[in-house]
Write a protein that binds this ligand. Sequence first.
Ligand code: CP
Ligand code: NVA
Length: 307
Amino acid sequence: MTRPLRPLRHFLSLMDLSTDELRRLIARAVEIKSAPGAGPADTGDLLRNQTAALVFEKSSTRTRVSFETGVAQLGGHAIFIAPADSHLARGEAIEDTARVLSRMARLIIMRTGPHERVERMAESASVPVINALSDFNHPCQQLADIQTYFEHRGDLSGRRVAWVGDGNNVCHSWMNAARQLDFHLAIATPAGYAPNRGLARQCAAHIVLGNDPAAAVAGADLVVTDSWISMGQEREKAARGVAFKGFCVDREMMSRAAADALFMHCLPAYRGHEVSAEVIDGGQSVVWDQAENRLHAQKALMEFLLR
Ligand code: CP
Ligand code: NVA
């Protein structure tokens, strides 16, 4: 298979893009969404007769369907590889898997637990590797979330965003977005559930950490949350249910934000836990646009990595 002459690019973190590249990618995602398959929005048959390997070591609804749909719309075929279907779960080295997949597939899209697994895949792959979520971050979700905010309210630069809940992978990607796009991110987590310290230090100029959701949300242009129990944390359910009391984004909490504030959640959501039904199903919520934009933003991402 012919390989591109340009340097190989992976997308494991939002920081793998320059701010300029990120802004151009978001603009392209908006364009692709505007009239798929027509005029400047045409993505062509970028993946014609080619495959993308989706190596998913964790469950997924949105990420799997958006990548499989996006690959098909680019003229290619997605091969979904669950742990039980491949030799990874039986101990074949990630490095060997990366080399083999690179000989046949044009792209590797990986969802896993430990972030170093996707890094190892990228180190040994000779095709672009996309991080489709790790325990550390979720950069593809972040692209869709940025696109969604831009479409509804314009640039994030200078805005005030509040994160309420767990200092988890999605929170980490919001922290990187704050650096990239120069906005203020107030993070409220229960004590003991703060985001990664090293990343917090790197983002110090753009974030504040605390344990008071009301303070974080005050005057915010956007309120974001996520499940209190991420994949792999199911055994912590009872303890987390206690620790996160008072962190539900409900109408009272949203009333502290700016009058035109938006609400985001990457989904899956658990109504009555991290968010009340009236907020996620209400007029300030843009969660369905976030979900749809996974498709457009990831098509723009694949085009960026492949062209
Ligand atoms: N938001 C998100 O990544 O959803 P899935 O886990 O369903 O892919
Ligand atoms: N924080 C969640 C995000 C799911 C899309 C998890 O890792 O399970």
